[in-house]
Ligand binder design. Structure first.
Ligand code: PMP
Length: 382
């Protein structure tokens, strides 16, 4: 007999990342869909894992995360953003950025609260709001340059608006904020003293041109925000699922109140390895150059194709318009590309609530030179 369950996420199917990666495997296609590097990590980080194992660091860590790791993060934040963050009361180590986002929402969203999300949006935002009884309010970034319309945002704030979610550098569009964006937000926040913010900055180190402007550089924004980071993106270890959330003490203690019953603590061995690695010296300054080289390579190789590139200022994703090739829906075209031409990508419309289809695909370029060359060669044949 089948068990009848009333789904809490009826409208959400299987994540597009699982679908496209599954299709890539089935058709042995080059997988530029899901965002994960296919190159080796720093051997020193590997050695740090071995050392952590040899030291027997295999039992639970403290609930908010190992203090040595939180202290290393605090030092990094001071160096990078010139901000003092208390390792004891303002940093929590989570199972990736995803869990930080989920726990932040669980901590503060009550039934009927509105949460503003900008589309195209990373796919965990909307379900996490709904699972917590909140009402997602979706605004679109302005096509084709994907900027936030700050006036529209001001107009959509209501007495029920609890939180506004931001992502910078932005997946999937590759846009990054300017200082003007921070100033516009600061003005809005000043007018609405009860609104909280979530800033998803998991791609803080992947930007080309303008440097990353973190909420952690702005005392007003920081005093209202959960700021989310991911070691998966920073050190090319997406499968470790270790990230962290920086928030003022009162927000952090509320986040930890539910985090402790959600998972209690994160993989101690990996936390120990990450702390050792971060203490080994400067572990992040080479990241923009690494990805800038990959982006240049892919974009140069793609000039021989009929795909039209869109600007990319950050993240390890770049967008291409395929309207010169086909007028199929992007979800169909992405499948055709995988099955018939051997390259998997992500159709942009899946990041929109309203299904906006601008004939654009997202390609992940966090790949070895060989992978990028092979993929571009296939794409240039179309
Ligand atoms: N936010 C964004 C914008 C992302 O792209 C991702 C990962 N793809 C995450 C959060 C989640 O990060 P993690 O893998 O550390 O959970």
């Amino acid at each position: 007999m089948r068990v009848a369950i009333q789904s809490k996420l009826e409208s959400s199917g299987t994540s597009i990342f699982a679908v496209m990666s599954g299709l890539a495997n089935e058709y042995s296609a080059i997988n530029l869909s899901q965002g994960f590097p296919d190159f080796s990590i720093d051997p020193l980080l590997q050695q740090c894992v071995v050392q952590a194992m040899e030291e027997g660091q295999v039992q639970y860590s403290p609930m908010p995360g190992r203090l040595d790791l939180r202290e290393a993060i605090s030092e990094k934040i001071q160096t990078l953003y010139n901000t003092v963050v208390d390792a004891q009361t303002e940093i929590t180590i989570t199972a990736g950025g995803t869990q930080a986002i989920y726990c932040a929402l669980t901590a503060i969203v009550n039934a009927g609260d509105e949460v503003i999300i900008f589309d195209p949006a990373y796919d965990c935002y909307d379900p996490a709001v709904r699972l917590n009884g909140g009402i997602p309010v979706h605004l679109n970034l302005k096509y084709p340059d994907y900027r936030i319309d700050w006036d529209e945002l001001s107009n959509r704030i209501t007495p029920r608006t609890k939180l506004i979610m931001f992502n910078n550098p932005h997946n999937p569009t590759g846009t990054v904020w300017s200082t003007e964006d921070l100033a516009r937000l600061q003005k809005i926040v000043t007018l609405h003293p009860d609104i909280l913010l979530l800033s998803d900055e998991v791609y803080e180190h992947i930007h080309f041109g303008e440097r990353h402007h973190s909420f952690l550089e702005n005392p007003l924004l920081m005093s209202r925000s959960f700021v989310v980071f991911s070691f998966g993106k920073t050190f090319h270890v997406t499968g470790w699922k270790v990230g962290y959330c920086v928030a003022p003490p009162e927000l952090t203690s509320e986040l930890r109140r539910n985090f402790q019953f959600n998972t209690f603590c994160v993989n101690n061995t990996m936390q120990c390895a990450l702390a050792k690695y971060m203490r080994s010296g400067d572990t992040w300054t080479g990241i923009p150059a690494l990805y800038s080289e990959k982006l240049d390579l892919f974009q140069n190789l793609m000039t021989g194709s009929r795909f039209r590139k869109l600007p990319c200022k950050g993240t390890y994703f770049c967008l291409y318009d395929y309207s010169a090739i086909s007028d199929a829906r992007d979800t169909d075209f992405a499948k055709i590309l995988t099955r018939e031409f051997g390259v998997a990508s992500i159709p942009l419309s899946v990041f929109y609530q309203d299904g906006s289809d601008h004939k654009i695909l997202r390609f992940c370029f966090a790949k070895k030179t060989e992978t990028l060359k092979n993929a571009a060669a296939l794409l240039c044949k179309i």
